[in-house]
Design a protein around this ligand. Structure first.
Ligand code: ADP
Ligand code: MG
Length: 344
């Protein structure tokens, strides 16, 4: 799907009201009945129909014929639009440029502010693989049956935002966070290559220890990245400095599986350095040792606690975690069954 910044200007204020009404209605309806959209938007029924038709033509909403009633669903396009409009109203972004990345669970765009300064917009795309395919099979959201890709993607963005902010404020090498709205994060553009694309470095040993030191620094601050690999480490083009990105899966060092996550991060780096640079070292950080040392020095500052206090609490964290473990199930479905593209 293409993001279109010109659309930001061509949605009328009445259309915007209708679109917002669809979003609000989605909180407790998977398919928002047309009559409810009219009611929430406060426009005449006939008027709403026309406006919603024009939103549907631009794929900001999609019509769903239910067995019980006709209604609409907000599409990712519509949700993108709402998030970008919010950021553009706050003057944090002005135009959209090229897409630079497509992840399994995000799209990455270069965008710019009014002065032309380039930034990165990350749009979370949880549930790209349909949630509905597994919905009845697993109680991954407790009672929340109608939880949607929208809700999950917003949670992922809020979590990533909370971590990026705290890490940046504490001097970790991460992009500067600029703004967050719905499922999107706006951040500093890093002029860099992912480590994955780099075939030679001046000193693999030096880079290796910088990256391991960073894992230790995270851990002493109470955090584990959780996906610390060659895709999520960017190497600045001019200085060679590593910058870490991608935080929706970060966990606290007090998490019950903390050691396992920690070892996996360490192992990713070791394996990559062996394969890519034929570099191997007997030195690598051990979770228990670091935790014990940190404890005895008494110098641990607990960023995990700071993040929890910033509003992204344990409950939200748990919900996201359950979805991550559900991903394994998604993969099984990919192999066993054709995809059900329900949501967009
Ligand atoms: P995903 O969750 O889909 O893996 P990432 O946050 O890892 O998303 O971003 C995907 C890719 O987009 C990265 O591998 C990197 O190439 C690029 N990217 C992400 N953030 C930035 C940034 N701030 N500056 C430059 N490139 C970025
Ligand atoms: Mg990534």
């Amino acid at each position: 799907m293409k993001l279109d910044a010109t659309d930001l200007r061509y949605v009328t204020s009445d259309e915007f009201r209708v679109l917002t009404a669809v979003e609000m209605g989605s909180k407790n309806h998977e398919v928002v009945p047309t009559a409810l959209i009219a009611q929430i938007s406060g426009l005449r029924n006939g008027g709403t129909n026309k406006l919603i038709g024009s939103l549907a033509k631009r794929n900001l909403v999609s019509k769903v014929q239910n067995s019980k009633y006709d209604g609409y669903r907000l599409t990712y396009g519509g949700y993108d639009y709402l998030a970008m409009r919010a950021m553009s109203k706050r003057d944090s972004m002005h135009s959209v440029g090229n897409q630079i990345g497509v992840g399994k669970e995000s799209d990455i765009y270069i965008v710019a502010d009014a002065k032309g300064k380039e930034m990165v917009l990350k749009l979370h795309r949880l549930g790209r693989i349909s949630f509905r395919a597994i919905k009845d099979k697993r109680d991954y959201l407790g009672k929340r049956k109608s939880a949607s890709w929208m809700y999950m993607s917003r949670l992922a963005a809020q979590k990533e935002w909370a971590f990026m902010k705290v890490l940046h404020e504490h001097g970790f090498p991460v992009p500067q966070p600029i703004d967050q709205a719905r499922h999107c994060i706006l951040m500093e553009f890093i002029d860099a290559y992912p480590l994955r694309q780099i075939s030679e470095v001046p000193s693999p040993g030096k880079l290796y220890s910088t990256l391991m030191d960073l894992i230790v620094r995270f851990a002493l601050a109470g955090l584990i990245h959780g996906d610390y690999n060659e895709f999520n480490i960017l190497i600045r083009r001019n200085s060679g400095e590593p910058i870490v990105i991608d935080f929706p899966q970060m966990v606290s060092t007090s998490h019950e599986n903390a050691e396992w996550y920690f070892n996996r991060d360490v192992e990713c780096i070791r394996t990559f350095f062996k394969r890519r640079f034929q570099y191997e070292s007997s030195l690598y950080p051990r979770f228990r040792k670091i935790m014990a040392e940190g404890h005895s020095e008494g110098g641990n500052f607990k960023l995990d606690v700071i993040v929890a206090a910033s509003g992204f609490g344990r409950k939200d964290m748990k919900i996201l975690e359950q979805v991550s473990s559900t991903k394994i199930l998604f993969l099984k479905y990919l192999i066993l069954a054709p995809l059900v593209h329900g949501d967009y």
